[in-house]
Design a protein around this ligand. Sequence first.
Ligand code: 6GU
Length: 365
Amino acid sequence: MRFHVLTLFPEMIENVVNTSIIGRAIKQDHIEVDTVNIRDYSANKHMRVDDYPYGGGAGMVMEAEPVYRAMQKVNEKLGSKPRTVYLTPQGKVLNQTMVEEFAQCEDLILLCGHYEGIDERVLEETVTDYVSIGDYVLTGGELGAVVMIDAISRFVPGVLSNEESSQFESLQDNLLEYPHYTRPEVWHEKKVPEVLLCGDHKKIESWRYEQSVKRTRERRPDLLAKSCRMYGAYIGEEQVTELANRFTDEISRYGESMDLNRKKLRKQRFEFSKKDLLLLFLDKKAFAADMDPVIGHNFTGKHTPCVVFWAGKSSEDENIAGLLERLERRGFLILHIFCEVLDPERFDSRREALRVRQMLEKRKM
Ligand code: 6GU
């Protein structure tokens, strides 16, 4: 991935990105960070790039032309117009889903403003996204740009080692991380929680989940309101089973798989709440005669959101249409039906998980 940073202070970017993990990623060619000094594109013999604001008021405004020329230079070099982010406190506040979305880009232009901002007209012509890194004001966009580069690069293959892996992200479930401990077992008379020494992974995982919820409730109740428990239920051939498990692991650290191929599970009753999310993976086998009655009859929702992955071509398929209707009658809100995505050769679980997360966020806005 390549970042192109347009700024009046290139050294501010360079000093940060050539350090630590991002510095290593650049040396190993996993990412590239090019800086473009907007001042080099000044249309003025004194290399001035700012002027007084029309209408009066405090401060200076960056002129449109130097920014435009710098931008054109980058676009010409690339032979395309990549997504172009203007870093500004007037932008959408950056979050982990946005970070993952930007990580899908091959090239990304980051435009940093200074003074009171940039002439609106050049922004209208060139900028695709307005991003802020929080509700406070900085002296310029450079710190925002390096924050974005750092957060995005973590998702570029090869940037993190196995130990640094981004597979289980804090925040992917809209939960904060649980507390961590290392040796010694006792420090300042404080003992490491007993459960972490017991060796029972199921128990440890469930303790960590509780701790995450507790911590999120105390420190970030706004996040907790957005978090939901994910259930990946599937019926189908082995391939669908594998894919459903892979997806459930990808989208949530604490996701639970439900194998509805097992008769026992199809008979058991399940009640889902508003805070759950049901992910249903169905191939054609799900509608075979011996599978009927299948899903829907033993599930009850309470405005429970539900996303369906269906092997067939269309959601109007008569098999699936009946099932969807039944689910809606039983208290589920069908958010989306992904058709023809269950081909194990082509299924990109990370990409699909991102799509579901984007959908959930849109819904909660
Ligand atoms: Cl990206 N830029 C500036 N100047 N201030 C900010 C910001 C960005 N994000 C929050 N405050």
